[in-house]
Design a protein around this ligand. Structure first.
Ligand code: PHE
Length: 364
């Protein structure tokens, strides 16, 4: 029987989570909620970006942080990298004034500092290297991707995009025995990762379709040869070879999967599946799904590698490209050999590193 105090949705959400710890703070001066989810510190300090945006309520914000923190643990485990998984969400009021932002970020920085290295952060949706500078004013040395002027390695978007691009190449070899040249790739979201991915795809002579809810992000691609702009409502129904979600998560669901007209989904967005069953739904439709936590590990791993492990900056993108390609090839081969979903195969690989070879919770 459930006790009354955990019958509410936030209580049951936290109760059913299998991560280590969640820190929740109300920021009284702005009315923002800060949630830091520590999924795992088995392989190293819990590391993950800071997502800053409005949410419908606190439960939705915490839910996002919990899922994202778990994905971070899987990314680092896939890369066999000495970092655990965590994530922070700053749920801001929709009317937060720009002048309130720096002080909020500094208060968040001292919260991280107080955790004494348990959690390390970087940018994510809604935060930038400039924001990392502010957070680091009080929270350094646990802040990645500061601006080069402040001694950081800058934005992680290009390295993430490089990993996604490499993943798409593996998918093309697997499905068509060829490269991306001439393939139709639909990129949803032209932000820091999607925008760079479009450039890489164009340089490799793919035919690119692109859509973004923010008109401004599309401006630089207007009139570009080989790039077709799509309105957001057309994304799911437009035929393409590869669909690359590079915006918010949850795009693949019971409602959307039947509409897809692609052969593969391979993109950067975190937590693309709305529910665990969606991996099987994609498999039933013979749509190859490249697990998000494999494709998008490049940014976090490259920057953390450079800033914390002393990787040469000039080699970081090459290294993560190799990590993504090797892991994805292994996962596709395992999934095919055993008749399991690519998500189950990916989880198995990550969990073998997180918990040792014997453990696997993936019976999908
Ligand atoms: N936004 C990154 C991701 O989701 C998070 C990150 C970037 C973490 C850079 C650490 C360093 O993977």
């Amino acid at each position: 029987m459930q006790e009354p105090h955990v019958r509410d949705s936030l209580g049951s959400l936290l109760r059913s989570w299998d991560g280590e710890e969640v820190i929740i703070r109300h920021d009284a001066p702005t009315g923002a909620w800060i949630a830091i989810a520590i999924y795992s510190t088995r392989l190293g300090p819990a590391t993950g970006g800071t997502r800053m945006r409005p949410y419908p309520d606190l439960t939705a914000a915490v839910r996002d942080a919990l899922h994202l923190a778990e994905s971070m643990a899987y990314k680092f485990a896939i890369a066999d990298f000495p970092r655990g998984g965590g994530k922070a969400v700053i749920a801001v009021p929709p009317d937060l004034r720009p002048e309130e932002r720096p002080a909020l970020l500094r208060r968040y920085g001292s919260l991280i500092k107080g955790l004494g290295g348990l959690y390390e952060t970087g940018p994510d949706i809604g935060t930038s290297p400039e924001d990392m500078d502010l957070i680091a004013e009080t929270g350094a040395p646990h802040v990645f991707c500061r601006t080069p002027a402040a001694g950081g390695a800058g934005d992680s978007g290009p390295a993430t995009a490089r990993g996604v691009f490499e993943g798409i190449r593996v998918v093309c070899r697997h499905l068509w025995d060829g490269d991306v040249s001439g393939r139709r790739v639909l990129v949803q979201g032209a932000g820091s990762v999607g925008g760079r991915l479009i450039e890489l795809l164009r340089a490799a002579r793919a035919e690119v379709l692109v859509s973004d809810v923010d008109e401004r992000a599309l401006r630089r691609f207007r009139g570009e040869p080989g790039v077709t702009l799509l309105p957001p409502h057309a994304v799911l129904d437009t035929p393409c070879d590869v669909f690359a979600p590079c915006a918010l998560g949850g795009v693949l669901s019971e409602e959307t999967i039947p509409r897809l007209r692609c052969r593969a989904v391979a993109g950067a967005a975190n937590n693309q599946l709305a529910a665990e069953d969606d991996a099987a739904r994609l498999q039933e439709r013979a749509i190859l799904y490249a697990p998000d936590f494999v494709l998008n590990l490049g940014g976090a791993v490259a920057i953390t590698g450079v800033e914390a492990l002393g990787w040469p900056a000039a080699e970081a993108e090459e290294r993560v490209a190799g990590i993504v390609a090797d892991a994805l090839q292994h996962i596709l081969a395992t999934a095919a050999a055993e008749g399991i979903t690519t998500v189950a195969a990916g989880r198995r690989l990550a969990e073998s590193r997180l918990y040792g070879e014997l453990h696997s919770s993936s019976q999908l």
